[in-house]
Design a binder for this molecule. Structure first.
Ligand SMILES: Cc1cc2nc3c(=O)[nH]c(=O)nc-3n(C[C@H](O)[C@H](O)[C@H](O)COP(=O)(O)OP(=O)(O)OC[C@H]3O[C@@H](n4cnc5c(N)ncnc54)[C@H](O)[C@@H]3O)c2cc1C
Ligand SMILES: *[C@@H]1O[C@H](CO)[C@@H](O)[C@H](O)[C@H]1NC(C)=O
Ligand SMILES: *[C@@H]1O[C@H](CO)[C@@H](O)[C@H](O)[C@H]1NC(C)=O
Ligand SMILES: *[C@@H]1O[C@H](CO)[C@@H](O)[C@H](O)[C@H]1NC(C)=O
Ligand SMILES: *[C@@H]1O[C@H](CO)[C@@H](O)[C@H](O)[C@H]1NC(C)=O
Length: 541
């Protein structure tokens, strides 16, 4: 059963790397465009795939190199394996996408990937049905909401008299906002050069410019529903509280219909983008450490191995930086024409673990007759507590704890539970001992597998009205006004940080780059110019 947007788990083995040897491009139809893409996450892989598609429609030959500093494709979308067992993959980063995420949904279809409903909770097998398989919202003192096993998330909310019309109003507001956002996928709005202008034009600046709390209030959704349910959602999805996060992101958090995940790992989408792109090579464990702009707006790239060894310079016509600028550690010479804002990112502690124990009622101050602890605990703030800074977790101390599923410990054959915890501080052993009510402390028997990861997960999505440019430098090019340039996908994260929006920005940059090349061909009277024009009319890739 589908409950909400939260955390999925089902996944499969292997940090797959899709690496193809560059094909011999010795008989190109016009000049071969050499492109370097920095980062093999959602943005970079989508940029590669769509660039190749748009270019071939315009009769332009591409030769793409994707540099990835880590050892795997997927970036913040990646899996690890419980007990190092390839049969027990767990999403460590981005877990969920939704039905309106057209790029991801189209991709899973095109690449024949299976999608699953990331329903949370415990065993599916009848003999393993357990009590407590539902979502609860805890404010650090008491549960303010407890879901119903049989009803979906929305249906349960709608039936709660205490929330009145708020759930329905929120849903309507969310649909309107999503409707405006989806225009960004289509002509005449797509592609966009300025996210700032586009957000303004589509009326998305208004919710962005105010807090989620203010935006909901303005639209007749105040009080309990906002404080309890909506805030639980902004906390589990963005580790941020409603009085500080912006209204647009708040709507994104409520857009949970048709939640999906790819069994085996969402990174498979991004790995498929790369393997489906002709004339592409992926260089894992290879960071770009420096970029030097040449007089014709092409770039010299200095790669570096994982062990820190600097490699020989390489030359590219066009470069796309598909990672957060201030985390990429790329030295730019000269400094970029426009430097991206230094957005603060959330430091999120993700703890995955396996244990035979259920969450302890005493941790949540539940009595024996209060029923079982919910298998998924979201959190909010008590009515009398306001966040005093943006990292404020409140009395709960954490953002969410999800029981993902049951799984068999391959070392012992014992059935255990897999848990995922999001918190602003490390979930240390003393805290885990309280969570599972283990007065003697945590032993290897109590927690048979644990994996801790600290992410710079997403920006603090505070109210704002302007976003980083898609162009860092030289995108008008020196080649008849059309080659070269250093392009940037990361501006989308100050707007909305999700796998889909990064993939959309990758596609947007790809289109802008190819449009620029096509114009250059035209202005040089190139015979393929007409083909480029034809591509203008092609919408759906
Ligand atoms: C715990 C967590 C939960 C999340 N949950 C969700 C969710 O449920 N749904 C959702 O849609 N989104 C979720 N997100 C957000 C989502 O993961 C991101 O918005 C999205 O994956 C960003 O993709 P990207 O390609 O822009 O960046 P990244 O995925 O960060 O990719 C950038 C890549 O560039 C590489 N790189 C950086 N610098 C260099 C360099 N100099 N040289 C070479 N390579 C470099 C990095 O190693 C990285 O692989 C979550 C994120 C986290 C951390
Ligand atoms: C394709 O790119 C690779 C990596 O930069 C390069 O070695 C190769 O020469 C390029 N091929 C062509 C035809 O430009
Ligand atoms: C890939 O390279 C081959 C060989 O040069 C070329 O014919 C083809 O057009 C290229 N494909 C793309 C998408 O650029
Ligand atoms: C997906 O499956 C269809 C039909 O089974 C097949 O025609 C197509 O080639 C497959 N595509 C990929 C990318 O595997
Ligand atoms: C980037 O540089 C900073 C500061 O020099 C350093 O702390 C960090 O470890 C570097 N990150 C990577 C991934 O190289």
């Amino acid at each position: 059963m589908l409950r909400n947007s939260l955390l999925a788990a089902l996944t499969l083995p292997l940090f797959c790397t899709s690496s193809q040897t560059p094909i011999d491009l010795s008989i190109p139809d016009g000049p071969v465009r050499n492109i370097a893409i920095i980062g093999a996450g959602a943005a970079g892989s989508s940029a590669a795939y769509h660039l190749s598609q748009y270019a071939s429609m315009a009769g332009i030959t591409t030769n793409i190199t994707v540099f990835e500093r880590s050892s795997y494709v997927g970036g913040r979308s990646t899996t690890v394996h419980a007990w190092d067992d390839p049969l027990e993959p767990v999403e460590l980063g981005a877990s969920i996408f939704v039905k309106v995420n057209h790029i991801l949904m189209d991709a899973v279809q095109r690449f024949n990937l299976t999608v699953a409903t990331p329903d949370l909770g415990l065993a599916k097998a009848a003999e393993e049905e357990e009590e407590g398989d539902y979502v609860g919202i805890w404010n650090g003192r008491e549960f303010v909401f407890r879901g119903d096993d049989e009803l979906g998330w929305w249906d349960t909310l709608k039936m709660l008299w205490k929330y009145g019309l708020a759930p329905i109003r929120t849903r309507r507001l969310m649909s309107q906002t999503v409707g405006q956002f989806l225009k960004m996928y289509e002509e005449p709005h797509f592609p966009w050069r300025s996210l700032t202008d586009k957000a303004m034009e589509l009326g998305l600046v208004r919710p962005m410019a105010m807090t989620g709390e203010a935006f909901l209030k303005e639209n007749g959704v105040g009080g309990l529903f906002a404080d309890e349910v909506v805030q639980a959602s902004t906390r589990v999805n963005y580790a941020q509280n409603l009085p500080l996060i912006n209204g647009l992101i708040t709507m994104v958090c409520m857009a949970t219909d048709g939640a999906k995940s790819v069994p085996g790992g969402n990174w498979r989408i991004f790995s498929s983008f790369l393997s489906a792109t002709p004339n592409l090579s992926t260089r894992l464990n290879t960071a770009v450490s420096a970029l030097t702009k040449e007089s014709d707006s092409t770039y010299t790239v200095i790669p570096k191995t994982a062990s820190g060894q600097t490699l020989a310079p390489e030359h590219y016509d066009t470069v796309i930086l598909a990672a957060p600028y201030h985390q990429s550690n790329v030295t730019l010479t000269p400094p970029p024409h426009t430097e991206p804002a230094d957005l603060a990112f959330v430091t999120l502690h993700v703890t995955l673990l396996a244990s035979p124990h259920r969450l302890s009622p005493s941790f949540f101050a539940l009595n024996a007759d209060d029923g079982p602890v919910p298998s998924v605990v979201l959190t909010t703030l008590p009515p009398d507590v306001r966040p005093d800074d943006r990292q404020f977790p409140g009395p709960a101390g954490f953002f969410s704890i999800s029981t993902l599923r049951r799984a068999t410990n391959p070392h012992t054959g014992r059935r255990e539970y897999l848990y995922k915890i999001f918190s602003p501080q490390p979930a240390d052993d003393a805290w885990l001992a309280r969570l599972f009510d283990l007065p003697q402390g945590v032993t290897d028997d109590d927690v048979s597998w644990i994996y801790r990861k600290v992410w710079q997960s997403y920006p603090y999505e505070s109210p704002r009205v302007s976003f980083d440019d898609v162009c860092l430098d030289g995108c008008e090019g020196g080649d008849g006004g059309a080659a070269g340039g250093l392009w940037y996908t990361g501006g989308i994260e100050g707007f909305i940080s999700t796998m889909e929006t990064s993939a959309l920005m990758g596609r947007n940059v790809a289109k802008l780059v190819v449009d620029g090349w096509a114009k250059g061909k035209e202005s040089r009277g190139d015979s393929a110019g007409a083909a480029a024009d034809a591509s203008e009319g092609v919408k759906e890739l």
